[in-house]
Design a protein around this ligand. Structure first.
Ligand SMILES: [Fe+2]
Length: 391
């Protein structure tokens, strides 16, 4: 039933394909960026990916500054330090280069360049995101992983060390002006990180599809994203040099992030708690929680999970939605096993006595509020228990 006015927006210009990173100078010119700050992490500085991007700029005569100290699960201090580099170098735009962490930091540096901090003032949970004023300095996002899809997202996830939780800063103004998706940049991603980030992309597509909101465009994108992960993730994990698999995974991640403008679900609340409390990599955390959450949602989302089953190549002809949903969950569980993800939270090194704290933290997180089946704090704790023992 269509009974309300909806907003649909897909404004980021995307350049996709092997070698697309070499188009960076023309994107800079189009956005009027004369001195960008490259925001990246220490790993990419070492591997030479950052140097390659700097070289592209140098050959075009574009001066730049580099901030390469973004940590995984970035905190407010990372943002402050990157902002300091932006201001000290007189930059006029930001290039986010790397996984979700550098991209998220790049986006909020742009926010703080023209909006007075501290960043937590703009926390979505307190409605602070509505205080963000534009125009913001332009951002170009260049992902090197295939997970968060932050390159087309309007949000950044930052950890507040003082409050011991992750918070979201979201505003349509934060969508990068350009995204450059070059699968050649993902070729060096190690198998474990390929698996973790790929499961993050799968979780985005599945959770976005199951959010009960009228958005047929996002639903169609999520369906295709699921199909790409089902077809290409294992290939990318087992053969890191498979450019075609890298390309489809990069596309699947980007599509997941477009789709989750609908919102996410309980798996992300559990994953955010695991990252805040245990420092767990975000995609791994999703991978460990996705199947228990799908089982929890099975009746509420049976029709959508039947779509997931078809994305995994299962012929659902003659099945009820519940039968197809059950097959979808089995297929997701099998993929998670095949790409080498630990079976349980216990196997991943989580201490059992942390589960009550994790349940409380997950309940404080906003993502479960759009889960297709409402969650109490006790429900979230039970989901952690199931993920702990694979019960
Ligand atoms: Fe995610």
């Amino acid at each position: 039933m269509i009974d309300k006015i909806c907003q649909f927006s897909f404004p980021t210009q995307i350049s996709f394909g092997p070698g697309a990173a070499r188009m960076l100078p023309e994107h800079l010119a189009a956005l009027g960026m004369n001195k960008p700050l490259i925001v990246t992490d220490p790993g990419l500085k070492k591997t030479g990916v950052c140097t390659a991007v700097e070289t592209v700029l140098k050959r075009s005569g574009v001066p730049c500054a580099v901030f390469c100290e973004v940590e995984a699960n970035p905190c407010e201090k990372d943002v402050e330090n990157a902002l300091g580099a932006y201001l000290a170098n007189g930059c006029d735009g930001v290039i986010g280069l790397g996984g979700g962490s550098p991209l998220d930091v790049a986006k909020v540096v742009s926010v703080l360049a023209v909006n007075q901090g501290p960043l937590i003032r703009f926390d979505v949970l307190s409605g602070g995101n509505k205080q963000i004023q534009g125009p913001l300095p332009p951002v170009i996002a260049i992902p090197t992983t295939s997970g968060t899809g932050s390159e087309v997202g309007r949000c950044s996830v930052i950890t507040s060390e003082s409050e011991g939780r992750k918070f979201l800063v979201c505003n349509p103004l934060m969508m990068p002006g350009r995204a450059i998706l070059d699968p050649e940049l993902a070729l060096g991603l190690p198998p474990a990180l390929t698996a973790y980030t790929g499961l993050d992309a799968l979780t985005h597509n599945i959770e976005a599809l199951t959010v009960e909101d009228f958005h047929p465009m996002c639903d169609a994108i999520a369906e295709k994203g699921i199909e790409f992960v089902a077809s290409y993730l294992e290939r990318a994990v087992k053969n890191p040099g498979d450019l075609e698999a890298r390309g489809y995974m990069m596309m699947a991640a980007m599509m997941g992030a477009v789709a989750f403008q609908k919102d996410l679900g309980a798996a992300h609340s559990l994953a955010h708690a695991l990252s805040s409390v245990c420092g767990m990599q975000h995609g791994l955390a999703n991978a460990l929680c996705l199947v228990p959450v799908m089982r929890f949602n099975m009746e509420a989302s049976a029709r959508k999970y039947a779509v997931v089953a078809r994305g995994f190549g299962i012929n659902t002809f003659g099945m009820t939605d519940l039968e197809a949903a059950s097959q979808a969950i089995a297929a997701v569980e099998d993929l998670i096993r095949r790409v080498g993800i630990p079976a349980t939270l216990a196997d991943a090194g989580v201490e059992e006595d942390l589960l009550p704290l994790l349940g409380r933290k997950a309940f404080e997180d906003g993502c479960h509020q759009t889960n297709p089946r409402p969650c109490t704090q006790e429900d979230l704790l039970q989901l952690f228990r199931q993920a702990y023992t694979k019960g």
